[in-house]
Design a protein around this ligand. Structure first.
Ligand code: NDP
Ligand code: MG
Length: 388
């Protein structure tokens, strides 16, 4: 029986993780649940999964949750604040940490879990893009196990060769090809892109996800962040990373080998599949996902991404050439832009403009430790804010 801590339990990845745990009650026990402020959702989850700890970042939410849970027979320790989030993420009883907080807010706890040498199942790509080399160095130094939940990276992990310890290697690999659905605006003209509304951008054709990643998918920034995620996770050079638009979202990514072979992972677009793979690794366990019927799908298509219509993806390719702090700049500018878009302060078309201006403003520099990283990140955020 493995004890699981779910950071971001009330979100979309949290729900899929709990669904896989529900299918495998003999394998996993929920140790702790973390969220920001969604009290009602947490209450529902807590009553079903009976964790030992519930932690909210927001202290008013923790107070309100304590009031609500006291009306039930359920006994649980309720805490608040990021120190306590780190405490459960590093708790000696925890075997697996699911890092599924959205955005840079998830960096501290994901890194704390890594430094406690936990098995970390990473959904929170922003933490890795922002932390980059510092994050991966911590994984190596503390001998943590980092398994990707992002469907593309999970697919790549499944298709890559492994060493004796079960880690992915790049032996014989010539390219990693990340697939992208193309989002809701795949067929839009450049002119139509100027008039896209927030509501349209929030409707993903294939995946049901949280608001931030859905908007990132509409601008293809999500694929840009994923390119950088793949670069760090698999230690892969920029010229060995490629993106192909695959609107059916059935092939979740491909590894191209030196002998001309391609290995791909296929499945329904359901996050329970990569989550079950990572939770059970190296064993296969039940995921609850529908089985793929290829004869019904019949056609799988692939096309080059349009970097003019989706400049955010072009910026990520540029950052891969520049390296260093450019990843932190890209991530921070995007987070501020997306927040402003959700708050209706800017339009969808303004997102790449803000990112471009921010990338131009900051030259790329070495960030030698977490304090330097956090300070630089704050500077970037303040600058992008000043443009809004
Ligand atoms: P959601 O918006 O659905 O959920 C976000 C979760 O993070 C919620 O539980 C939220 O709590 C919690 N949270 C937010 N801020 C804080 C904070 N300061 N402290 C503690 N918890 C916090 O996002 P998703 O589940 O869609 O995405 C999560 C991550 O996974 C993102 O990085 C995303 O890019 C990545 N990902 C998601 C995929 C998907 O299919 N959804 C696919 C691949 C990657 P509350 O509800 O209380 O606000
Ligand atoms: Mg993905």
């Amino acid at each position: 029986m493995k004890n699981i801590s779910i950071l971001g339990a009330t979100g979309s990845i949290g729900a899929s993780t709990l669904n896989v745990i529900r299918q495998n009650p003999d394998l996993f026990k929920v140790h702790s649940l973390v969220a920001n402020s969604n009290v009602l959702k947490m209450l529902e989850i807590c009553l079903e999964f009976k964790p030992e700890f519930v932690v909210f970042d927001n202290m008013f939410a923790a107070k309100s949750f304590t009031d609500e849970i006291s009306k039930t027979p359920q006994k649980v320790t309720v805490l608040s604040g990021y120190h306590h989030i780190n405490e459960v993420a590093t708790h000696p009883d925890v075997d697996i940490v699911v890092a599924a907080i959205v955005g840079s807010q998830g960096l501290h706890s994901a890194l704390a879990a890594v430094k406690a040498s936990k098995t970390v199942l990473l959904a929170n790509k922003e933490a890795l893009v922002m932390g980059g080399t510092l994050f991966m160095d911590a994984v190596k130094t503390h001998n943590a196990t980092l398994l990707p939940l992002d469907s593309e990276h999970n697919a790549l992990f499944q298709c890559l060769p492994k060493d004796a310890a079960g880690r992915a290697t790049s032996a014989g690999v010539s390219k990693l090809i990340l697939t992208a659905s193309g989002g809701p605006f795949r067929k839009h003209s450049l002119k139509q892109m100027q008039n896209v509304t927030l509501d349209e951008a929030l409707k993903h054709p294939n995946w049901a996800m949280g608001a931030k990643v859905t908007l990132d998918s509409a601008s293809l920034m999500n694929k840009g962040l994923e390119l950088i995620e793949a670069h760090f996770l698999f230690d892969m050079r920029a010229d060995k990373l490629e993106v192909l638009v695959h609107p059916q979202s059935i092939v979740h990514s491909l590894v191209q080998y030196e002998d001309g072979s391609f290995l791909a992972q296929l499945g329904e677009p359901d996050m329970c599949i990569p989550i079950a793979y990572a939770l059970g690794y190296p064993k296969r366990i039940a995921s609850s996902a529908k089985t793929l019927d290829l004869s019904k799908i019949a056609t799988l298509t692939f096309e080059e991404p349009d970097l003019v219509k989706f400049p955010c993806l072009a910026y990520a390719f540029e950052c891969l050439k520049v390296g260093k702090s450019s990843f932190t700049t890209l991530n921070a500018a995007n987070e501020i832009a997306v927040e402003a878009l959700l708050n209706k302060q800017i339009l969808f078309k303004d997102v790449p403009i803000l990112i471009d201006k921010t990338l131009t403003h900051f030259s790329s520099q070495d960030l030698n430790n977490i304090d330097e990283l956090l300070e630089f990140d704050q500077q970037v955020r303040a600058y992008t804010h000043s443009l809004i």
